[in-house]
Write a protein that binds this ligand. Structure first.
Ligand SMILES: Cc1cc2nc3c(=O)[nH]c(=O)nc-3n(C[C@H](O)[C@H](O)[C@H](O)COP(=O)(O)OP(=O)(O)OC[C@H]3O[C@@H](n4cnc5c(N)ncnc54)[C@H](O)[C@@H]3O)c2cc1C
Length: 461
């Protein structure tokens, strides 16, 4: 990892001049808040810049390039890979205050936003105009669109609508040199030159700082139906997911909770059936009312065919809201209960989901850990949440994680579906990427950031 000298008082004066004194935080108590995201690593920055304009971002990065100090971009700090932790000290660049929705162009079906807009705020704003912005990470009320773009966030709707990448038509980014580029388009299509937009999306703040986004919107589906199904076996629930998708049904959400998650949240879930079940599926379809009703009946029949003990159609809106609230908070509940909590978010091809989850219990017994599995079953994106009462078990657990990741890769899967590499999965990168692939990616980083000032210590360096 690169080493940097601490910011000198001279450099701090220059930063204040460049971005304005009001944008700078130096109070040690406040700095601590910016040193952590939702993963385990933490490192207090030497200084925080709260940008309100792209010009401030440019001025800061020009100075960083000139004086070789690290800058770590941060949205709202909900990342699960340590991506916004200022590992090498220096400046933490918060984009949280660049939070304006600049335009919702109904005639063009696009929205233009600053990066700090909270995802749910954008969804609600476009909904008022009967438009829809589908990407819906479970953290959508606390994370930012810029963070979503930088991590290519997905959520339950991904199974039908895709990830954030599918909705970013274009973006403005400030490069580590301080230069601003516009990447992508404002149109539905565009193939002029290499696709720098897609290179920046998912690059976890290591290639550029996103300061504006042009987002694709679609018409709001007129209706939505929900179904909850309970199973006596987790593998049965997963076989149902595969059957549903391969038989031609495309719900807009297929989420699951295993028995451990049901145990830890069961008292909160508004369904009696949750207490005895070994797995729960939440399935939603959207579109024209008559069509989705028929689709739900067919999906319900598949659930029963593959062993569901209870299928609850169209729970009332209060129960539905409560159910989603609990689904989204499962990880917080696990975190409260264990001193050691590690998040893996592997993905396997949809035909292998049952096989993957079927092997989890044997893995936990062999490595002294407790596994809570939940997530976006429709994408094969299984959140394998690993917890332990005794943090001293960490080395054995790490061995177990490596076995899990190798198993996922042998099934044709990937080690991270949406949380990214950041710090948390850096050591596992060579399991999935070849030496040549890593060499090319490092060379790309060199072109963008030859002085390694932007978010150092993440992904590769
Ligand atoms: C309870 C919970 C549930 C979650 N559920 C999901 C889920 O369902 N799906 C999912 O994908 N993720 C999920 N996450 C992870 C997290 O919410 C996402 O990764 C989210 O996209 C991060 O957004 P953020 O604004 O908090 O970004 P941060 O955590 O602040 O930053 C994330 C990364 O993006 C970079 N970054 C942030 N803003 C910019 C910018 N403007 N320009 C360049 N780089 C930038 C940072 O450097 C960092 O590497 C969950 C997290 C929690 C705590």
């Amino acid at each position: 990892m690169p080493a940097y000298t601490p910011l000198s008082s001279d450099t701090i004066i220059k930063i204040k001049e460049a971005v304005g004194p009001d944008a700078v935080i130096r109070d040690p108590d406040k700095l601590i808040e910016f040193g952590k995201d939702a993963a385990e690593d933490a490192c207090t920055p030497e200084l925080v810049v709260e940008a309100t304009t792209a010009r401030q971002v440019q001025a800061l990065l020009r100075l960083a390039n000139e004086h070789s100090f690290p800058v770590t971009p941060r949205g709202l700090g909900t990342g699960l890979a340590g991506g916004s932790v200022p590992l090498c000290g220096g400046v933490l660049l918060s984009l949280a205050k660049m939070n304006r929705i600049l335009a919702i162009e109904e005639g063009n079906l696009i929205a233009v936003t600053e990066p700090g807009v909270v995802t749910l705020d954008l969804q609600n704003a476009v909904k008022e105009k009967r438009l829809f912005y589908p990407p819906d990470p479970a953290s959508l009320d606390t994370c930012s669109i810029g963070g979503n773009a930088a991590t290519n966030a997905g959520g339950p709707a991904c199974v039908k609508y895709g990830t954030t990448r599918d909705y970013v038509l274009g973006l403005d980014a400030v490069l580590p040199s301080g230069e601003m580029i516009e990447a992508g388009v404002r149109t539905r299509k565009g193939v002029v030159g290499y696709d720098l937009r897609h290179l920046l999306l998912g690059s976890e703040g290591t290639l550029g700082v996103i300061t504006k986004l042009i987002l694709k919107l679609i018409p709001l589906p007129p209706a939505l139906t929900t179904m909850v199904a309970f199973f006596p076996r987790l593998t049965g629930a997963m076989e149902t997911v595969t059957a549903m998708l391969t038989r031609g049904h495309v719900p807009c959400a297929v989420e699951f909770l295993d028995d451990r998650c049901l145990e830890i949240t069961g008292d909160l879930l508004p369904f009696q059936e949750a207490r005895a079940a070994k797995a729960m599926l939440i399935i939603e379809t959207d579109g024209v009312q008559e069509i989705i009703e028929g689709q739900m009946e067919a999906i319900g029949a598949i659930c029963l065919e593959l062993g569901a003990t209870d299928v609850i159609m169209a729970p009332d809106s209060l129960k539905r809201a409560r159910m989603w609230e609990i689904r989204r908070a499962v990880s917080l509940r696990i975190e409260e209960s264990y001193p050691l909590y590690l998040h893996e978010d592997v993905v396997v091809p949809i035909g292998r989901i049952a096989e993957l989850v079927g092997g989890l219990r044997e893995l936990e017994e062999a490595h002294g850990m407790t596994i809570y599995a939940f997530g976006h079953a429709g994408d094969g994106n299984i959140h394998v949440n690993i917890a332990a009462e005794d943090p001293g078990r960490r080395p054995r657990i790490e061995e177990g994680i490596e076995i899990l990741l190798r198993r996922v890769l042998s099934m044709g899967g990937t080690i991270s579906g949406e949380h990214g590499i950041g710090i948390a999965k850096k050591r596992f990168l060579p399991l999935e990427l070849s030496a040549e692939s890593i060499r090319i990616q490092k060379a790309i980083k060199e072109i963008f950031d030859p002085r390694h000032i932007l978010n150092p210590g993440k992904i590769f360096i």
